[in-house]
Design a protein around this ligand. Structure first.
Ligand code: COI
Length: 355
């Protein structure tokens, strides 16, 4: 494995005071990881350097054609001081899935994991310890050839930056309000919906902006062809509890394969629950709500964790779910998942990796 060089900052920043607010994605740590790809040389020169702006040509391809992929993961400080990562192997494997779709040369997953562990250990004093906080880790890759022309880049950067964060949604664990998007679509099968690429988020901005203006947290996307089947929510996968079945949309090429989604499915199965990954129409959810069979709904994601949905609007149909309160299953999933992540309960699944 290539050696990761470390250059420490001479000007460390002031860290947020214990208990100070940590608005998501706004405070960045002292260092970042960077590695170059140049055709002929492959990925090379992995290094941890002081955090700061990078220079790029205004014609850099990522700025024009969106050849960029990213990941989202977290480091958690356990009560005994240990710092834990959650399933980093899954993030690196998914990064390579995104890379493949966007013609980005694959990264060495072992090197990438080692780089993240080293960066987090350099930044260990930035990992917050208050309840509900963590160090959000954002690996990303961009094509930087100075070239106006649509083709895969020959020169790229793989970088990792970190920020101490609190809850992604201001609601925290209080249920969010979502409406079903019937005008715009996010992705179609054959497109890039299953990848974590900037373009998917660009496609969601307009709907997200309109939702916020109407006092909704996010939108629930339907499939882009029939506009019938549930896909995902802006920054999360989604689950519905209908009678005694926990249903989440099957991954069919247009939905992101969330690591929190995967972990929830594994936890639910280990508790003997009936979990189905299948097509689920919005009509089926509305019917279940009307008949009192829709027990809970929640979103899952690294940033969002487990986020109960208390209010779902589809046209004129307003569904108040579990009286707008967090349901017992959402609470159990939240407690178990965060218990494992923060090292409060035994990690029976072997998901955490100590840095
Ligand atoms: C994550 O959950 O890690 C994400 O990337 C969502 C993001 C838009 C904050």
């Amino acid at each position: 494995m290539q050696e990761i060089r470390v250059e420490l900052t001479k000007n460390p920043k002031q860290k947020p005071a214990p208990g100070a607010p940590l608005p998501f994605g706004t405070i960045f740590t002292d260092h970042m990881f960077i590695m170059n790809y140049d055709e002929g040389q492959g990925w090379h020169d992995p290094r941890i350097v002081p955090y700061g702006p990078i220079e790029m040509d205004p014609s850099a391809m990522c700025l024009h054609y969106g050849q960029s992929v990213f990941e989202g993961m977290k480091a958690y400080r356990a009560q005994d001081g240990r710092i834990l990562l959650f399933r980093p192997d899954k993030n690196m494997a998914r990064l390579n899935v995104s890379n493949d779709r966007l013609c980005i040369p694959p990264i060495d997953e072992e090197l990438a994991k080692a780089a993240i562990e080293k960066l987090v250990s350099v930044e260990k004093d930035w990992v917050p310890s208050e309840e509900g906080t963590s160090l959000y880790i954002r690996p990303f890759i961009i094509g930087v050839d100075p070239h106006i022309g649509v083709h895969p880049a020959h020169h790229l950067l793989f970088m990792v930056i970190c920020c101490p964060v609190g809850a992604y949604y201001p609601e925290g664990l209080d249920p969010v309000k979502i409406y079903v998007e019937t005008n715009y679509v996010r992705a179609v099968r054959g497109g890039m919906g299953f990848t974590k690429t900037a373009g998917n988020y660009a496609a969601s901005l307009k709907a997200q902006d309109e939702a916020e203006k109407q006092d909704y947290t996010q939108v629930l996307w339907l499939d882009g062809v029939e506009r019938k089947y549930i896909e995902e929510v802006g920054t999360m996968n989604v689950f519905f509890v209908i009678d005694d079945e926990v249903v989440t949309p099957a991954l069919q090429g247009s939905i992101l394969s969330g690591i929190t989604r995967m972990s929830c499915i594994e936890m639910l199965k280990s508790w003997g629950m009936k979990v189905s990954e299948r097509r689920l129409s919005i009509q089926e959810v509305a019917d279940a709500a009307a008949e009192g069979r829709l027990k809970e709904a929640f979103g899952t994601g690294t940033a969002a964790v487990i986020s109960p949905i208390g209010h779902l609007k589809w046209g004129d149909d307003i569904m108040e779910i579990n009286n707008g309160e967090i349901g017992p299953l959402s609470q159990k999933l939240y407690d178990t998942l965060t218990g494992i992540q923060w090292g409060k309960i035994k990690d029976e699944f072997g998901w955490t990796v100590e840095v």
